[in-house]
Design a protein around this ligand. Structure first.
Ligand code: NAD
Ligand code: UDP
Length: 323
């Protein structure tokens, strides 16, 4: 049992993380400004006496008596983080400074949620942690990519200068129940479009690839990394199965039994062409093995979207489990 702070705790990943930490018997404080997350995501956690939800913006300092800090607060989808790019950089940088300062003050361990975006549009494939990346410092994604890269360097500086116990996780595309309808990322867009009969919008020709990790697998990896006694190097977490966006669109259409059309839309600037994590370090150091295949994870996500859209359950989706 530990006292744990989760910044961004009312977000998509944060809410699943808080839930799992509470299940394991911990005391959890979720800190969030509800800018891209929603208190509805953690409403069901009010049943736990050990859960507290606090509204706060991480660009302002804060103080809590905790032993572990998961620093997740940051808009994560391109439309969200590009809406106010200056604020995005400040959230990453000041958010990291405040989490790390609390770690220093309270001698608490800090896990920083970094991202595969630190690799930019990668020239090395799949991406190992040793790859320094290929990021355009001037483009519309730079606020997020460079903000997260600066946060990583702050983590290492606090570790070296003040001996703060730190962990860095580089998260690759993660999806699952509770993704916001307006999130704008590809999995939530395609599912929403398929269920509501809208056209599925493929950006570019759909040959770009991503690797999708189901949120429960990611959360397991985050907790293992936090619990690791010594690992301060960055660790990739994701599912190395790789798909084109066209394959993903067809899988979503099949699983939702939707007759929506697929259309092409312009490819966003600096959109990475390929992305797949090299997870050897996570496997060796944490014993991390993603268990939920894309099909099964999509079925569980579709079921959640149907419920939230108040659509009748699909017999096959409702009995998902085996996919
Ligand atoms: P999300 O937008 O659902 O969650 C982010 C949460 O942070 C939201 O609840 C939001 O309200 C909160 N937040 C944003 N700015 C804040 C601020 N200034 N103060 C306090 N709270 C603030 O996104 P997510 O997918 O759950 O991402 C969580 C973390 O994981 C982020 O740091 C993101 O960069 C990282 N990540 C996610 C993915 C992914 O595929 N989901 C991939 C790589 C990295
Ligand atoms: N994408 C798409 N249609 C959409 C949303 C996204 O084809 O409606 C593409 C996007 O251009 C990118 C990929 O899907 O190539 C993954 O995008 P997402 O925003 O989910 O994550 P990221 O680009 O940050 O990996």
């Amino acid at each position: 049992m530990a006292k744990i702070l989760v910044t961004g705790g009312a977000g998509f990943v944060g809410s699943h993380l808080c839930e799992q930490l509470l299940r394991e018997g911990n005391e959890v404080i979720a800190l969030d400004d509800f800018s891209t997350g929603n208190s509805d995501n953690v409403l069901h956690l009010a049943a736990y006496k050990a859960f507290t939800l606090v509204e706060h913006d991480v660009t302002e300092p804060y103080d809590f008596d905790v032993e572990l800090i998961y620093n997740l607060a940051c808009p994560a989808s391109p439309p969200h983080y590009q809406a106010d790019p200056v604020k995005t950089t400040l959230i990453s940088v000041l958010g990291a400074v405040h989490a790390l300062s609390l770690g220093k003050r309270r001698r608490a361990r800090v896990l920083q949620a970094s991202t595969s975006e630190v690799y930019g549009d990668p020239l090395v494939h799949p991406q190992p942690e040793s790859y320094a990346g290929c990021v355009n410092t001037l483009g519309p994604r730079a606020c997020y990519d460079e903000g997260k890269r600066c946060a990583e360097s702050l983590v290492m500086d606090f570790h070296r200068m003040y001996q703060v116990e730190t962990r860095i996780v580089r998260i690759f595309n993660t999806y699952g129940p509770r993704m916001a309808f307006d999130d704008g990322r590809v999995v939530s867009n395609f599912i929403l479009q398929a269920l509501t009969g809208d056209e599925l919008t493929i950006y570019g020709d759909g040959t770009q690839t991503r690797s999708f990790c189901f949120v429960a697998d990611l959360v397991g990896g985050l907790i293992r990394l936090m619990q690791h006694p010594t690992e301060t190097r960055p660790v990739n977490l994701g599912n190395p199965e790789e798909f084109t966006m066209r394959q993903l669109a067809h899988e979503v259409l099949t699983l939702t039994r939707s007759s929506s059309r697929v259309v092409e839309r312009p490819l966003p600037v600096d959109d990475p062409k390929q992305r797949r994590p090299d997870i050897r370090r996570a496997r060796e150091v944490l014993g991390f093995r993603p268990r939920v295949a894309l099909r099964e994870g999509l079925l569980r996500t579709i079921e959640d979207f149907r419920e939230r859209l108040r659509l009748p359950a699909d017999v096959r989706t409702a009995s998902a489990g085996g996919g």
